[in-house]
Design a protein around this ligand. Structure first.
Ligand code: SAM
Length: 581
């Protein structure tokens, strides 16, 4: 099969592989042409498609060439007029003949388009197309405002200065985020984010997926809002280990690792991130990401493990002082991706295209990678793992189930005796999953008993303190169930942080809040546990010791404080009756 038939088959997805352009090409086992050649042909032709559609239609190609489909006509016309090596087929190949017969008329139409656009030469025209300036429509996503390509520099492996002088050496510094948002999608511009350290904003369509920095895990593609939780949690060496309760694909876990590593080395402490992930398949992605980010020595993965079954009193977590929770949510804040290619397909005058690509009926539910209409074909370029998949069906039912689960996981985290800080985040725009969960958690018996309160705005890291979008309450008067916090409502909302999608901030829709323990409550607890510990040790001397079981052996190995495991286990069991909701 020729290069053109194969490229058209990839675009119409006849092999039913689905997913992004890259996965359709690179996961296709039977291609005769080189995948790189097909990828280059499709992406180059898409850049020119707004011009070529016009050229082909004005030339009336379909009236004479009945065998050409719109996609084939576009790909062949591209190579005939714009590729240095011309159409990649033998001189008498049926496809080559179908377009080369019309070379003069097609060429004349391209010249007219060039002159109409005010480009003096084909090279000048090419520079404009390559710069992404041609098609405003192509540069602007459906939600109206452009979304930057956010890049977190992984300080476990490199520094911002090093990346600016290598990966981004050809990039110019923008004066503000607005300049990045207004620039054509593939412009070489960057803006260093003032809120989050080591974060850069680039124009939306800059493709970094083939750069050494991306392939080696020196840079991580992570939305600005998704960087808020680790910064708000602000883990310090004296907090001890940190749990990430819902970790895959691993953006926040690797971000935590980077922050911890920087601070531990400053203070020579050896802290780690314990990353829970319930889903086995997503655990594989998490492990890959942790490895790629060189975070293996800091992040310990508990794959296929439900955080809700983690025992707060277990010795394994005795050194845990902070927990990051980013549980499953409705995903309603997720922004549609901008890294798509769009092909404008030619039509015969007054007629529909002869061969329509695979229609949406055949698409899998929730497959956002490809969208097809009669005149345009749109495909996501590559498959970076999403943090969350948006809920589409039965939203109100799902919101109720999600918020129940979110509250459960948050109050579970509040039960860990040594934990001093918790961050709670969602990529949801709904109050039910955000402020409402925070209010309910603060009113829970465990929060009251353990002295959990909000991390006040004034105590948040500098960039987040200055962030203007704060919590909102759109559910009217607070009911009796919130009596315990009614007086502090505004104060609590001011401690919550929101990001809105489709604004000049360039973020997705997001929510994050952090909780800390009242110093007084911590004091009381440590005195109480000290007394209980002494009592438990006295009790233990009266009991017969039967040696360690396998599980206890494992726990012994995990006891980083070198304490007697039996003593600790028994005393822990007596310490407290944990109460959640
Ligand atoms: C929103 S995603 C987390 C994104 C991640 N924090 C990041 O930044 O890359 C939620 C993840 O939590 C996992 N999850 C949900 N409930 C869980 C539980 N009870 N215990 C552990 N993982 C859970 C889901 O499988 C999913 O991978």
């Amino acid at each position: 099969m020729s290069l053109y038939y194969e490229a058209a088959a990839v675009l119409t997805n006849t092999a039913n592989i689905g997913g992004s352009l890259k996965s359709r090409i690179y996961n296709h086992k039977d291609l005769k042409s080189s995948p790189a050649q097909i990828f280059a042909l499709v992406t180059e032709a898409s850049k020119w498609s707004a011009v070529l559609k016009d050229v082909i239609e004005k030339c009336g190609l379909f009236a004479e060439e009945k065998k050409l489909t719109p996609i084939l006509a576009l790909l062949l016309t591209h190579d005939l007029l714009l590729s240095k090596s011309g159409v990649a087929a033998s001189a008498n190949h049926v496809l080559k003949l179908a377009v080369s017969r019309h070379r003069a008329r097609l060429g004349a139409e391209l010249t007219k388009a060039r002159i109409r656009g005010g480009h003096s030469t084909l090279d000048a025209f090419r520079a404009v197309v390559d710069g992404g300036h041609l098609d405003r429509d192509q540069a602007t996503p459906e939600h109206g405002r452009r979304h930057p390509r956010w890049v977190r520099v992984n300080t476990l492996k490199t520094t911002v200065a090093e990346e600016l002088s290598t990966t981004f050496a050809a990039y110019k510094e923008a004066s503000d985020l607005g300049e990045v948002l207004a620039a054509p999608g593939i412009s070489k511009l960057y803006f260093a984010d003032p809120t989050i350290p080591n974060l850069l904003a680039l124009p939306s369509k800059v493709d970094l997926s083939k750069t050494q920095a991306y392939l080696a895990g020196r840079i991580i593609l992570q939305d600005k809002a998704s960087c808020f939780p680790a910064c708000l949690l602000d883990p310090r060496p004296d907090h001890g280990d940190v749990i990430d309760g819902c970790a895959a694909p691993g953006n926040k876990a690797t971000h935590l690792a980077a922050i911890i590593s920087q601070r531990s080395s400053e203070q020579k402490k050896d802290t780690k991130v314990i990353a829970f992930e319930r889903d086995k398949a997503r655990t594989v992605t998490l492990a890959k990401m942790v490895n790629m980010a060189s975070a293996d020595s800091i992040v310990s993965i508990k794959g296929g493990s439900d955080f809700l079954t983690a025992q707060p009193d277990s010795l394994e977590f005795a050194n845990v002082g902070a927990i990051l929770l980013d549980p499953s949510c409705s995903g309603s804040g997720i922004v549609g991706r901008d890294d798509t290619i769009k092909m404008h397909l030619p039509e015969a005058m007054g007629a529909k295209p002869k061969s329509k690509p695979n229609h949406s009926k055949k698409r899998k539910r929730n497959d956002n990678a490809a969208r097809i209409s009669d005149t345009t074909l749109q495909l996501v370029l590559d498959d970076s793992p999403p943090e969350e998949t948006p809920v589409i069906d039965n939203l109100s039912e799902r919101l109720s189930a999600l918020s129940t689960f979110q509250l459960r996981i948050l109050t579970h985290a509040m039960q860990f005796p040594q934990v001093q800080r918790i961050s709670y985040s969602t990529c949801s725009v709904y109050c039910e999953e955000n402020e409402s969960v925070v209010f309910q958690a603060l009113c829970s018996s465990i929060a009251q008993e353990r002295g959990w309160k909000m991390l006040d705005r004034g105590d948040q890291m500098d960039g987040l303190k200055k962030w203007e979008k704060r919590g909102v309450w759109d559910r009217g008067e607070l009911g009796a169930e919130f009596e315990a916090i009614a007086e502090r409502k505004e104060h609590i909302l001011d401690a919550c942080i929101r990001c809105e999608k489709g604004t000049a901030d360039g973020t997705m829709g997001f929510f994050v809040a952090a909780f800390v323990r009242d110093e007084h409550a911590l004091d009381i607890q440590s005195k109480t546990s000290g007394k209980m510990e002494q009592q438990a040790t006295r009790d233990d001397t009266d009991e017969e010791w039967n040696g360690f079981s396998d599980r206890e052996d494992a726990e012994l190995n995990g006891d980083r404080n070198g304490n007697n495991v039996e003593t600790r286990k028994k005393s822990n069991a007596k310490k407290r009756k944990v109460r959640g909701r």
